[in-house]
Design a protein. Structure first.
Length: 457
């Protein structure tokens, strides 16, 4: 990649406060359109602006860095990883979700426990947001708590925090680990807890359980991406937005923001979207190109005995080389048959874009070059790839460069959404001794009841 004539980096401070009005308006729009699921849900209202809320949202900085040119394509990084307590874009939605919980608590006086399944990053970001609410005085530990459930493959991605290091906070804010074969089954467990035991939890302990894994809870936060683009990047007729995705919540949030900007008179969105996935869950790419998530549409691979990997050369949208045909490059990406595929497919078919699947072998082939390219952005990749614990950024960049090389990307203006990157030295994992093992909804209900009651055993 060439670095001549690169633009200086731009930092947008506290966009959750800067774009307070459009965020509140988007929340109100979703409130009018939302359909009741029968579950409890906090209102779509944020606390009144004030110093405490500004400090709470201060972790939401965004940076834009020019990464130079590659084969005639200008690459920029939209850095959504500035919160040093998470290093992922999940900070934005998590802070808004917790702020809505705070407003409900203040309005009703009810206690609340946020319940969320996660592949790791949502859990870390929501727990960080709850901890920050306690630190800034928005809510007390007795008023606001959180329970997360993650698959065992993600346990090494869980960041420790005051919610884990303090004994009483650890009791009230448990981390449950599910050892079942299907990682996305944690969603069924968490939803089952709220549906089957929510009423009982409120009757026994006065605690509302809020299942927060809903597209709209994340889409609202991600409208700030479009507003930052509008205010800080030059207009582009055909800008490609690339993102490593599991369900593409972030890109759908950008699309919502672009639509709201169009309604304000800024012109119709011409954004094009490029999905990057891995072989374990390539469902969105399969759906986009084949209309189905069936793995039968994957190309046929043959084992290259001389080099020790599998190879194919029939479909450039999938890895040309890989160590395994069902490779889990990063456990972050665990969603199968995401409900968002239809909406994302429609956006790409109407506005442009595409998708690609990458492998660890392909990421490693690019790794040293990406370490150099990302240094101006302050994104430091570890010298040893095995020390990288979040591969989203590397995946996205590898997918874009592969797409350019293979003729899948024609756009010359590319914005890579940096949704996550951290290494072993960035955090301390939650100790295994602090995790609660669950195998069923009933197990999870016991964990929730003990937490609400403040029982350590």
């Amino acid at each position: 990649m060439r670095h001549a004539d690169v633009e200086p980096s731009i930092t947008v401070e506290n966009p959750l406060v800067r774009y307070d009005e459009p965020i509140r308006a988007a929340l109100q729009e979703l409130s009018r359109k939302s359909r009741s699921s029968g579950r409890f849900e906090a209102g779509h209202v944020l606390p009144a602006p004030g110093e405490d809320l500004t400090r709470f949202f201060a972790a939401s900085d965004i940076a834009i860095t020019d990464l130079g040119e590659y084969a005639g394509h200008r690459l920029r990084l939209l850095d959504l990883m500035r919160n040093e307590r998470t290093r992922t874009t999940k900070t934005f939605a998590s802070r808004l979700i917790v702020a809505r919980a705070v407003e409900h608590i203040r309005r009703t006086g009810e206690r609340m426990m946020i319940v969320s399944p996660s592949s790791g990053n949502k859990a870390t970001a929501l727990r960080d947001a709850v901890s920050a609410a306690h630190e800034t005085g928005l809510a007390t530990p007795e008023e606001l708590a959180i329970l997360v459930v993650v698959p065992t493959a993600s346990r090494a991605k869980l960041w420790s925090s005051p919610l884990a290091s303090d004994v009483q906070a650890r009791v009230r804010n448990p981390v449950a680990v599910y050892h079942g074969a299907r990682r996305d089954e944690v969603k069924t467990l968490a939803a089952g807890l709220v549906d089957g035991f929510g009423t009982e939890m409120y009757r026994r302990f006065g605690v509302r359980l809020w299942y927060t894994l809903d597209l709209d809870n994340y889409r609202v936060a991600d409208i700030v991406r479009a507003f930052v683009e509008q205010d800080y990047l030059p207009p582009a007729k055909e800008r490609l937005h690339a993102h490593a995705v599991s369900s593409a919540f972030g890109l759908l949030g950008h699309a919502l923001g672009a639509r709201r900007l169009a309604e304000e008179g800024h012109g119709e969105s011409t954004a094009r979207y490029f999905l990057v996935q891995h072989l374990d869950t390539p469902d969105m790419v399969l759906s986009l190109y084949f209309g189905s998530t069936s793995r039968r549409s994957l190309p046929t691979y043959t084992l290259d005995h001389a080099n020790g990997f599998y190879r194919q050369d029939t479909d450039p949208r999938f890895p040309l080389t890989t160590f395994a045909l069902d490779e889990i490059l990063d456990s972050t990406f665990y969603t199968r048959q995401p409900a968002t595929s239809a909406e994302m497919n429609a956006l790409i078919r109407s506005q442009g874009g595409g998708g690609i699947v990458v492998s660890r072998h392909e990421c490693l082939q690019r790794y040293s070059a990406l370490r150099e390219v990302l240094q101006p952005a302050g994104c430091i990749l570890p010298t040893v790839p095995d020390d990288l614990r979040e591969w989203s950024l590397v995946m996205a960049l590898t997918g874009v460069l592969n797409g350019i090389d293979r003729g899948l990307v024609s756009e010359t203006d590319i914005l890579v959404h940096g949704s996550g990157s951290y290494q072993v030295t960035d955090f301390t994992p939650v100790p295994d001794a602090h995790l609660k093992t669950v195998e069923s909804i009933e197990d999870l209900a016991k964990v929730a009841a003990d937490a609400a009651e403040g029982k350590s055993v």
